[in-house]
Design a binder for this molecule. Structure first.
Ligand SMILES: [Zn+2]
Length: 247
């Protein structure tokens, strides 16, 4: 009998690569209850693989390429490091949507912050050197329109998906990366049919094994469990949820 600590038979043996970036799931956490879909933010498979195999880095359980080829980096029974939430973002979430939606995580590479944006540290104090910022807020202090997707998808929710149950998505989820940059609208060159087919097969397999319903709220995006860190671009609006959910 196979267990959650075995490799998935859907993944070719040569594509089972052992990440050091994982640990035991807490025994109290039991089996995974959610599936978190990601986008890698690059088309470079070898750079993603290298990151996942480097020490002191991150990981996901699975990766699916545009050709529909599956990779696995940790068996489902382990806790992969794909959707951690830092303490600064956690404390923002704890204060409710009217507060956390005023902040976006600061990324050195992100070009979308407006010119007059205010760069702040984890204590929300403005920083002189923006490269030292933790978060970015609007000059007028209002909430970011970047969170429109979240409000539309999760009306009335004050916190990220499942945050109130467990503030660390790595504890309760299986992480699946899709290789690519994501897209604002459906784009068959970004989210290929081959990718969707393999992904659907994998999600259906995990759904059966762990009794995770293929439905909204259980099969989610990184942007749903950590919106401050992934404000609508992971896996992005162009991702077709109907391929991995029945409802
Ligand atoms: Zn992600």
């Amino acid at each position: 009998m196979t267990t959650a600590k075995d490799w998935n038979v859907l993944v070719p043996e040569k594509n089972r690569l052992v990440t050091p970036n994982k640990n035991e799931r807490k025994s109290s956490a039991g089996l995974p209850t959610h599936i978190v879909i990601h986008v890698t933010g690059t088309n470079n498979l070898s750079s993603v693989t290298k990151t996942f195999l480097d020490d002191h880095s991150v990981s996901a359980h699975y990766l699916v390429t545009k050709e529909g080829v599956l990779y696995q980096f940790a068996p489902d029974g382990y806790r992969a490091w794909h959707a951690g939430i830092d303490s600064g973002a956690r404390s923002l979430y704890n204060q409710g949507a009217q507060h956390w939606m005023k902040y976006l995580k600061f990324f050195k590479w992100y070009k979308g912050y407006p010119k007059d944006a205010v760069y702040v540290d984890v204590d929300l104090n403005p920083v002189w050197d923006e490269t030292e910022a933790a978060f970015v807020r609007r000059a007028d202090g209002q909430i970011w329109s970047e969170y429109d997707y979240f409000v539309n998808r999760w009306p009335g929710e004050n916190q990220p998906v499942n945050f109130a149950q467990d503030p660390d998505p790595n504890n309760y989820s299986i992480g699946i990366e899709t290789l690519g940059f994501g897209a604002k609208s459906a784009d068959p060159a970004v989210y290929t049919d081959a990718m969707y087919q393999s992904l659907a097969q994998l999600v259906s397999d995990l759904s059966k094994k762990y009794e995770i319903p293929m439905e909204k709220g259980r099969v989610v995006g990184h942007e749903d469990v950590n919106p401050i860190g992934r404000f609508g671009w992971d896996p992005a609006p162009g991702f077709d949820w109907s391929t991995v959910r029945k409802s």
